[in-house]
Design a protein around this ligand. Structure first.
Ligand code: UDP
Length: 328
């Protein structure tokens, strides 16, 4: 299949591009390189540009006879979305609607959309299944939910076939160690802890140890980025016009902040100092997926179900690229 991967030079997008290539598909990347890196998709036909550039997107869709679009180009930091919601509504909603319009103009009606567990807000029960009410508690979650709703309407009215995949904590790196996570500023737990192991930070701050969890730190469902990619591919292959797929992607296993830090100590062999900090605004205590429906409907099983294995792949990437793509 000829697939346009919007945001294909980013962390999750670049792993998707690699899997598409490995499985005989023809990905084409569109990325504005605001957070992505051209180096992560060196071998792939790529365009630098904006997804709301109708002329450019329509030209790519036609020229490459694109059959489906995978959309990863989002602003995705909860805290930033609270401080600067305009950026989130502009990029995640307005620009995404322009992308959908370009698709409609070119009669491309299959889309795999990156959504998030942030659309559930603070869940009434854990693990979270797809029946859970979607009541986001921050602008990031709202912007993703707006597009989920738009896609349902586009499907009914225009025959779009779409998959909206709500993922939990994307983590790890390609086992080859040549592509991985690189954010500036870095805010995610695993890369921050590994930066301490590399001697780039003095300690990791734990955001609160007064949560209602067994070790009193927050619990998240860390899913390997390649497992996300295999689920996306399975969803892509199931899309027909009018198909609606809405699934959670996680491992079903939760790990606390303390467990993640301990796993990083085990894998790196480094003594990783930690300091206790206060809670981070907007953090729910526990987010774990019930992804049994995804496993059933996509015939998909996450390969990585041990946090140490996930950290091992991330550690390989960070050791080989201690300053990310910039100074590799
Ligand atoms: N966290 C932490 N210290 C940090 C960064 C994150 O204790 O320096 C915690 C955070 O409160 C959350 C978990 O680690 O409970 C995962 O945070 P991350 O930012 O990686 O992902 P999020 O769950 O926000 O998407």
């Amino acid at each position: 299949m000829n697939v346009l991967v919007v945001g294909g030079a980013g962390y999750i997008g670049s792993h998707m591009v690699r899997l598409l290539e490995q499985t005989g598909h023809q990905p084409v990347v569109l990325d504005n390189l605001s957070t992505g890196f051209a180096e992560s998709v060196r071998q792939t036909k790529s365009y630098i540009g904006a997804m709301d550039d109708r002329k450019l997107v329509e030209q790519i869709l036609r020229e490459h006879q694109i059959e489906a679009v995978m959309h990863y180009a989002a602003c995705a930091l909860v805290g930033e979305s609270v401080v600067d919601p305009a950026k989130y509504y502009q990029n995640n909603v307005v620009a995404t609607l322009q992308l959908l319009e370009a698709m409609r103009a070119c009669d491309v009606r299959k889309l795999v959309f990156s959504s998030t567990c942030a659309t559930y807000g603070v869940p009434a029960k854990v693990p979270i299944d797809e029946q859970e009410k979607q009541e986001p508690v921050n602008p990031y979650g709202f912007t993703k939910l707006v597009i989920e709703k738009a896609l349902a309407d586009y499907s009914a009215a225009y025959g779009f076939g779409y998959a909206t995949l709500r993922y939990f904590n994307a983590s790890g790196a390609s086992p080859a160690g040549d592509i991985g996570e690189d954010h500036d500023p870095e805010t995610h737990l695993i890369p921050l802890v590994l930066q301490v192991a590399l001697g780039q930070r003095s300690h990791i701050t734990v955001f609160g140890d007064d949560w209602p969890t067994p070790d009193r730190t927050c619990i998240r469902d860390y899913i390997h980025v390649d497992d996300l990619a295999t689920a996306h591919l399975a969803a892509l292959q199931r899309l027909e016009h009018g198909t609606e797929i809405k699934l959670n992607l996680g491992t079903g296993v939760g790990n606390s902040v303390r467990e993640v830090i301990e796993a990083c100590r085990d894998v790196t062999g480094c003594d990783i100092p930690e300091q206790m900090g206060s809670r981070r605004a907007g953090d729910p205590p526990e987010l774990v997926a019930d992804s049994s429906r995804a496993q059933r409907e996509l015939n998909w099983i996450p390969k990585y179900n041990d946090i140490r294995e996930i950290v091992r792949t991330a550690w390989k990437w960070h050791q080989a690229h201690p300053h990310g793509y910039r100074k590799s």
